[in-house]
Design a protein around this ligand. Sequence first.
Ligand SMILES: [Zn+2]
Length: 330
Amino acid sequence: MRWLGPSFVLALVLLVLPAKAQSVQQQGGCIIGHLRNTARPVSPDIDNVCASTPNAAMPGGKSFQEYYAWVMPFLMTSFDNAERAHCGVPGCATGGAHVRLVLYYEGRVDVAVKRDEITIAIAAGAIDFVEAITVMMFQDMKDDPDRSATNGLRQWLDGLSTEGGQACRLRTPLKKFTLDLKENFALIRAAAAGIYTFIFAHELSHVRAGTACGIDPAKGALAVETACDKIAFAKVTEYGVGLPSQIVAWFVSVHHYERLAGPMLAPAGMNLETSAPARDWTARARSISNQWLQACNGSSKPPTCSSGWRELQQYGDDLIGIDLPEPCSK
Ligand SMILES: [Zn+2]
């Protein structure tokens, strides 16, 4: 697969200029980004959880809030772009609601969606995961016509499958910045923002199209979540901020990671996938990939159908085709 080139880098960097007139607050063990109707007082639930969580110590003697200080502007801009993609301008979907994005290190933070308040909580580990997937995917694209890229995503997924059935241990992907590019950090973070934008667009689909995203909720959680994905994908790709192969790569990677670590992640006596059918991330990736193919074979060609799209779409299908690992053994 060939490298995407500098024009791709430039386009992405322009999309992640920091948001204006919004505030970032450090609160105990959290970083909180306030968007939209920021004059509205917010209920103290999340603030209380964050205030009682210590600010964790990170590598290099940095605090959690120093270490992850760069994240919140990317998340806020991604949320803005998700809302622009849905209906044109920030605020068009969320109305007068106060929107809060909460980045936390660890512990439990409940997500609250009330009529006048939307809170989306994200663990720092999820940010690390998205960045690592992005780095590994670029590694594949850079020099892996024959699956030979060490540190690439396909090799990581192949490696996970060999751990199936073995003793459980965390197999978090690591960021390996080995790409030979000056724009390294800007590239990775801008590209990762494409995944955050899709995630927020998915949440806004629930807000705008109804909780079940326009389908009969009796069809089940996987069908509902797939319907929300479908709306979100169409919106972000028509707007030009969605990166389909990355969304596919992220879904597939989450599934492999969760399948292997399932016995560690699920509450005692529960199976992660059977108790939460919407976590069939591979099925959701396949749906996205098919939607992409149909859009590019149809008459309205969104920006994601520019030259080279078929190669990227096949890369995603290749990831989808990798066998899931067996769960680890506790
Ligand atoms: Zn959802």
